[in-house]
Every structure is written in structure tokens, then in C-alpha cells.
Design a protein around this ligand. Structure first.
Ligand SMILES: [Zn+2]
Ligand SMILES: [Zn+2]
Length: 278
């Protein structure tokens, strides 16, 4: 019996000739620093501002459709003034992210230690999948624990309260946060994991694009993609449940909303049995 195996360099990405050629052209024309900086900026523009604009415009363009799919009722939705205020802080946070990225690239060019692999090669599919899954898992841990720490009574009023201003979030509110939170809970959990693996810049962009789509969607306030936003929306509404994105650590630490509701139900059931409840 013989089986068919694609050689590693023949991944579906690698065999797409025009893409490989275009990438080679970019590599030959610009420095790795310029490619990393501009490419990352474009990913941010397309995958954060793009979906944010689409989600936000639904209200105006298709009000009936929008109302049908909103998770929380109309009276709870933020006002236009609040959304404009949100836009101001998000732009500031994006300037901060871009400035930090420029500083990081500057340091890497001086030290000669680059964070990502920026070369003419196209990463093989198995490497992209491996780096993506690893980054997803590490991001979950970094995001879950930093988020839980930000809910500590000493830190919450000074830092994380800003992000919780929107109890019924909108996509743009994904980056409506105190600058410290923007760095610790939003930027680092996404940028550290692929840097640990010295991933190819294309893999990093793919992962970043996915995370930006995920965060805008879970903050969108809409029940799209099998109600993907439901858990984070509930976190904004009720605060102490669903700290993570994937849900594994919420399950492990008992901060899963349905688990907590079942516990509460069991407790009140036991109280009724003991004659403690009215
Ligand atoms: Zn949030
Ligand atoms: Zn929170």
C-alpha cells in the first residue's frame, strides 16, 4: 500500500504561485523592518477597523435586522455620543500600539535579534497550524489570567473599569481600555506566543487577523456565528463570569457562567429542602 504525501515545501500556501511571487517581490523591495511594521499596521486596519465599521453600520443600514440580532435590548445599547467617545480612546490606543511596535522593531534592528522570521520563504502548512494552535493556547492563558488580575478590587477601579464602561458592548469597544490594559491584556497575549516560536511573519499576521476578528465579534453585541459573542457579552453585563476567550480556563477555574448558575441552583435547591428559603 502506498500513501500520498505532500513534501513539506509543497503546502497549499506554498503551491499558490502568484502569492509566492508577490511575497518574493515584497521581500526584494523592502527591508524586513518596513515589511513587519507596515504589514502589521495593514492587518490592524483591515481586521479591526473593517469588522468594527461593518458591525457598527448595521444599526443605521439595516435597523430591523440589527435589532433582531442584538443580544441585549435597545435601551441598554450605548448612545451615539458614547460611541464617538469610544472612538477617541480606541484611536489613542492604536497610536500607542503602533508606537510600541515601532520601538520594538527599532530595538531588534539594533540588537540584530528579530522577533519574527521575515524572509522569502512561505511557511509550510504544518508549521502554520502548529504555531497557530500554540499561540491560541498561550494567548488564552495570558489573556485569562491578566484579565482575572485586572478584576482584583485594587486594580479594577483604576484600570479595568474603563473597559467595562460598556455593559452592552459594541465592536469598537474591544480596544476601549486603559493604556496599561491595552498593553498587558490586549497586545502582549497576542504578540508574545508567536515570538516565543520565532514564527514566520505571515503566520503572525494570520493569527493576529484571527484574534482581531474574534475580539471585534465577541464585542459586537450580535448573536452571529452561533452566538459567539454571548459569553463575553455576559462578562460585560455580569462582570465575574467568562474571563477567557476559548472557555477551557473558565471551565477549569469554575468561572464558567453555566457552571456557576448550576451551582447556585443546587445551593438554592438544598436551602429549600432545609426549609431555609421562602
Ligand atoms: Zn471586553
Ligand atoms: Zn473584565
Amino acid at each position: 500500500m502506498s500513501s500520498f504525501h505532500l513534501p513539506p515545501h509543497m503546502s497549499p500556501i506554498a503551491i499558490s504561485e502568484p502569492f509566492t511571487k508577490a511575497w518574493g517581490g515584497i521581500i526584494n523591495s523592502y527591508s524586513p523592518a518596513a515589511i513587519e511594521f507596515v504589514g502589521t499596521f495593514i492587518i490592524q486596519l483591515v481586521f479591526f477597523w473593517g469588522p468594527s465599521a461593518i458591525y457598527l453600520s448595521l444599526d443605521t443600514l439595516f435597523p430591523k435586522f440589527s435589532e433582531r440580532h442584538k443580544i441585549q435590548p435597545a435601551p441598554k445599547q450605548p448612545t451615539r455620543t458614547e460611541i464617538i467617545h469610544c472612538l477617541g480612546l480606541v484611536v489613542k490606543n492604536q497610536i500607542l500600539s503602533t508606537a510600541l511596535h515601532a520601538a520594538m522593531i527599532y530595538v531588534s534592528t539594533i540588537t540584530g535579534k528579530s522577533s519574527f522570521r521575515v524572509d522569502a520563504s512561505i511557511p509550510p502548512l504544518h508549521e502554520v497550524v502548529r504555531d497557530f494552535i500554540f499561540s491560541l493556547a498561550v494567548r488564552e492563558a495570558l489573556f485569562y489570567y491578566s484579565h482575572r488580575i485586572l478584576h482584583h478590587p485594587r486594580l479594577y477601579p483604576k484600570i479595568h473599569k474603563v473597559h467595562h464602561k460598556f455593559t452592552a458592548p459594541v465592536a469598537l469597544a474591544a480596544q476601549y481600555a486603559h493604556p496599561f490594559e491595552q498593553v498587558v491584556a490586549n497586545i502582549l497575549p497576542i504578540t508574545i506566543p508567536p515570538q516565543l516560536l520565532h514564527s514566520h511573519i505571515l503566520t503572525f499576521w494570520l493569527f493576529m487577523a484571527y484574534e482581531l476578528l474574534e475580539t471585534t465579534t465577541v464585542h459586537s453585541g450580535y448573536d452571529f456565528f452561533l452566538n459567539a459573542a454571548k459569553k463575553h457579552d455576559l462578562h460585560h453585563e455580569k462582570f465575574l463570569i467568562y474571563f477567557g476567550a476559548i472557555g477551557v480556563l473558565d471551565w477549569f477555574h469554575g468561572t464558567d457562567g453555566s457552571k456557576m448558575a448550576a451551582k447556585r441552583k443546587a445551593k438554592s435547591g438544598a436551602a429549600v429542602k432545609d426549609g431555609k428559603a421562602e
